[in-house]
Write a protein that binds this ligand. Structure first.
Ligand SMILES: *Cc1c(COP(=O)(O)O)cnc(C)c1O
Length: 470
């Protein structure tokens, strides 16, 4: 009889081997899936191997093929097998990365992975790095450090005295900032309406002149949130100019670079990310372009004291390693997963070169995809493809675009999803998963064009406006 670990291993290997051939989206609906998991509350314990078998049976028909070459949903990396294997060990080793004393190897893996990360992203080596769950938490941590620093300069200790009665912090960001930045502002007590939204251009890039005049209209503590890689268009704010403006006005500059920050690894992409190293903090993801398994993100802060003031958790029974890296001084949690093992392994597996090749190749494939789609009558590529993101509209109406998205998901050859961009429905196509090659882009383009032609043909024969369920 195999152990639970053996069963997990065998299934994991078989699942990964099936990804190229399986339809990317499960056929089961929520009700059927719920039935597979449902049952009376377990009263007595069961054999672990049997439970693992039951888990695989229940879950397998409901799995999305996210790590495979047919999945293009939202913006997700592909959980590279080296990261997954390191992550298995992370669980098996059972290290609690809350403090150095409890997990010395985990802390050391984070310390070194952080140095490599700063080197590859070409960011100042004095930065501190918090290992968090993703860019949402990375934005939160960085902005907590920002809040601490700008209020301290105004003579206010926010860690001790909170926000009640504090000087007002002015916050500026582009109108097309990622939704999780609004969430971070909410968690920090600023409210998601607490920021001044600076106008953006058609690609979602912040207007640097408008920022400059908005900043000049007031005084006091200020935080500016810029973006490297807009979630729809992949566009970059003019960060060099924004950084100059921030410096002139004494504002803290934070950059949300969940995936776009990785352009820093590619020498010829330098113009896109020029001036990025002049910022004060950066949020990025490990589970997007670095292909780490979920969950993984990095909160990078130049002023390590501000980072520690905002995040340190201390008590008499939590010994501090003198002079050593203390993981819980840089992330919101005390007990947490030792994410550094997988990050360390993944950076080694790809190397600076491999990361640059991956980013460069994905951007090339995105341009190739855009070209194929733009050649099809009735299909419009709606962004400048400066990175890995392609957004597409079909025909003349939102209803048509949504019908194509539904048709494509029904065909289930490749998976991609829609969203609204500047008041219009679009099909969103991120090229960011590790196994992708030209063939996969051909299959994707063919699947999209086939769905579009089917919708168009249907409309012609019925001469009825397509009805779409939302
Ligand atoms: C994905 C993304 C986020 C949120 O990251 P999570 O990993 O989902 O927490 C934030 N900002 C941008 C620009 C993103 O692309």
């Amino acid at each position: 009889m195999s152990s639970a670990l053996d069963i997990a291993h065998a299934h994991a290997v078989a699942f990964r081997a099936s990804l190229r051939d399986r339809p990317p989206k499960p056929e089961l609906g929520a009700a059927a899936l719920q039935m597979r998991f449902d049952g009376p509350t377990p009263e007595r314990g069961e054999d672990g191997a049997a439970v693992l078998k039951a888990l695989v049976e229940a879950a397998a028909p409901g799995l999305m093929a996210v790590p495979g070459p047919r999945f293009f949903g939202w913006v997700m990396g592909a959980s590279h097998e080296v990261g997954v294997a390191a992550d298995w060990l992370t669980s098996a080793w059972g290290q609690n990365a809350g403090l150095y004393a409890a997990a010395p190897a985990a802390a050391m893996a984070e310390k070194i992975a952080a140095q490599w990360l700063l080197d590859i992203l070409d960011l100042p080596e004095e930065c501190s790095v918090g290992f968090v769950t993703g860019a949402t938490m990375a934005n939160f941590v960085c902005l907590a450090a920002a809040r601490s620093a700008v209020l301290r300069r105004a003579g206010w200790d926010v860690e001790s005295d909170g926000l009640n009665g504090a000087p007002r912090v002015r916050i500026f960001m582009g109108a097309e900032a990622h939704t999780t930045v609004f969430a971070a502002l909410r968690y920090l007590g600023f409210g998601d309406a607490g920021a001044h939204l600076v106008p953006t251009d058609a690609q979602g890039r912040m207007d640097a002149d408008a920022l400059e005049s908005a900043l000049a209209q007031g005084a006091g503590p200020a935080i500016v949130i810029a973006q490297a890689g807009q979630i729809n268009t992949g566009a970059f704010d003019p960060i060099g100019r924004i950084a100059d403006t921030c410096k002139k006005n004494g504002a803290w500059l934070h950059i949300d670079g969940a995936f776009g920050l990785w352009a820093r690894a590619v020498p010829e992409m330098a113009p896109l990310v020029d001036g990025v190293d002049a910022a004060d903090s950066w949020a990025t993801d490990g589970h997007k372009w670095l292909q780490l398994p979920f969950d993984s993100g990095f909160a990078i802060v130049r002023d390590a004291d501000a980072h520690r003031r905002a995040m340190t958790i201390a008590a008499s029974y939590l010994p501090q390693a003198p002079g050593e890296y203390e993981p819980s001084h840089y992330a919101p949690e005390l007990s947490r997963r030792a994410r550094g093992f997988a990050a360390w392994a993944m950076i080694r597996a790809l190397g600076r070169d491999g990361i640059a090749t991956l980013v460069r190749e994905h951007c090339r494939l995105a341009r190739s995809l855009a070209k194929r789609l733009a050649a099809e009558p009735g299909v419009a590529v709606l962004n400048e493809v400066v990175l890995n993101q392609v957004i597409v509209g079909f025909g003349d109406t939102d209803a048509t675009t949504r019908a194509v998205i539904s048709q494509m998901q029904l065909d289930n050859i490749c998976f991609a999803a829609g969203g609204q961009w500047r008041g219009r429905w679009v099909l969103r196509l991120p090229i960011i998963a590790a196994p992708l090659a030209e063939d996969d882009i051909t299959r994707l383009a063919d699947a999209i064009i086939a769905a579009w032609r089917a919708v168009r043909a249907g409309q012609r024969t019925s001469l009825q406006p397509m009805r779409v369920q939302s």
